[in-house]
Design a protein. Structure first.
Length: 233
C-alpha cells in the first residue's frame, strides 16, 4: 500500500517496512501501522536515529530500528518517504452542490455502511482498506481528468447524495467507517477519491476524510487542514 509522499533520498540499504507511514507533527515523528491498526512515536533517541536515516547517515541504532521492524534491509537504495497530501482549499460540504435523496441511494448507502462496519469488526484495518482500494481500482475509468470541472461537479453531487442518504442509516457517524463507505459509493459511480489519514498532537488525535486533489468531500477545509496527513490511500 503506497501513499502520496514527499521523497527524501536516503543512501542506506534500508527501507521503511511495508504498511508503515509517518509524518512530522510539532517537531516529532508520528507513525501509523496500517497492518496492526495503531499509531505510535519512537523514543527520542530512536527518533533522532531515524531522522539520520532519512538524511542517509548510518548510526549506531540501525540495529534497533531493524529489530523493531521499523526499517527493513533492501537490496536497492530506496527512498524513505514522509507522507504528504495536497492542501485542501475547497469542500463539497461548504460549496452549494445540488443533490436529491433517492430510495435507491439510501439503500446503497445503508448496505455499504453496514457492510464496512461488519468488516471493520471482523477483519484487520489493512484488509478492509485494501479491499476498498482494490474495488476502486477495478471501477476506475481508463482515462479521467480529476481537474475537469464536470468531474468536480459530479464528485460534489455524489458526495452530497451520500451524506444526505447517510442521515437515514441508524449507525453512529465515524470518520473511518464513513470515509471507506463513501469511497466505495463513489467508485460505483466511476468516481475516484482518496482517503487521507491525519493526526494532531497536544492532545493526540487521529482523523480521516475523503479528498480528491484539493477538494474535500466529507469534511470542512478548516477541520481537514487542522490535521497533518500521515497516510493517503
Amino acid at each position: 500500500m503506497r501513499c502520496a509522499s514527499l521523497v527524501f533520498e536516503a543512501t542506506l540499504p534500508y527501507a521503511l517496512r511495508d504498511d508503515l507511514s509517518f509524518c512530522r507533527v510539532d517537531g516529532h515523528l508520528v507513525f501509523i501501522d496500517i497492518r496492526d491498526d495503531r499509531y505510535f512515536r519512537l523514543p527520542d533517541r530512536l527518533e533522532r536515529s531515524f531522522d539520520a536515516c532519512i538524511d542517509g547517515h548510518a548510526n549506531n541504532d540501525i540495529d534497533v530500528l531493524l529489530a523493531r521492524n521499523i526499517l527493513v534491509p533492501t537490496p536497492d537504495e530506496l527512498p524513505i518517504k514522509i507522507a504528504k497530501s495536497q492542501h485542501p482549499v475547497r469542500s463539497a460540504i461548504e460549496e452549494s452542490a445540488s443533490s436529491e435523496v433517492h430510495f435507491k441511494g439510501v439503500l446503497d448507502v445503508f448496505a455499504l455502511v453496514f457492510s464496512i462496519r461488519r468488516q471493520l469488526r471482523s477483519k484487520s484495518l489493512k484488509s478492509v482498506v485494501s479491499a476498498v482500494t482494490a474495488f476502486r481500482q477495478r471501477k476506475q475509468p481508463s482515462q479521467m481528468s480529476l481537474r475537469d470541472g464536470g468531474v468536480d461537479e459530479l464528485l460534489c453531487q455524489a458526495s452530497t447524495e451520500f451524506r444526505l442518504a447517510r442521515a437515514y442509516v441508524p449507525v453512529e457517524n465515524i470518520c473511518l467507517l464513513d470515509s471507506l463507505a463513501m469511497v466505495k459509493f463513489l467508485a460505483r459511480r466511476k468516481l475516484h477519491a482518496n482517503i487521507v489519514f491525519g493526526v494532531t498532537s497536544h492532545p493526540f488525535s487521529a482523523h480521516c476524510w475523503v479528498q480528491v486533489e484539493d477538494l474535500v468531500l466529507n469534511d470542512t477545509v478548516g477541520h481537514a487542514r487542522a490535521h497533518t496527513p500521515i497516510l493517503v490511500v
